[in-house]
Design a protein around this ligand. Structure first.
Ligand SMILES: [Zn+2]
Length: 100
């Protein structure tokens, strides 16, 4: 029985944000930048773990992520896409805001 991949994606993304909020609430002295950096560190660790190639040289799924360099390129692509799609990507407080 296959489950909807969107559900797992939305759940993982939502729970990561919830975790950041919980950590910040639990330690009001904590630097939010440190929490954000820690979440990224854990997310990258998990992402790389999930992209470990299966070892079959002919595997089509693993082809694009079959080397450390290609995994890093895919990770960069994903980071660019997700950051640019975020509601927080542009801020009214950006130093170049209002100068377009
Ligand atoms: Zn594979």
């Amino acid at each position: 029985m296959s489950r909807n991949p969107i559900d797992a994606y939305e759940k993982a993304a939502g729970e990561t944000v919830d975790l950041g909020n919980r950590l910040a609430d639990a330690d009001p002295e904590a630097d939010l930048w440190d929490i954000g950096d820690g979440l990224i560190a854990g997310a990258i660790q998990y992402w790389l773990y999930t992209r470990e190639p299966c070892g079959d040289p002919g595997c089509e799924s693993c082809g694009p992520i079959s080397t450390a360099e290609s995994r890093l390129a895919e990770l960069h692509r994903l980071v660019d896409e997700l950051a640019q799609g975020s509601e927080y990507f542009h801020s009214p407080r950006d130093s170049n805001a209002g100068h377009a």
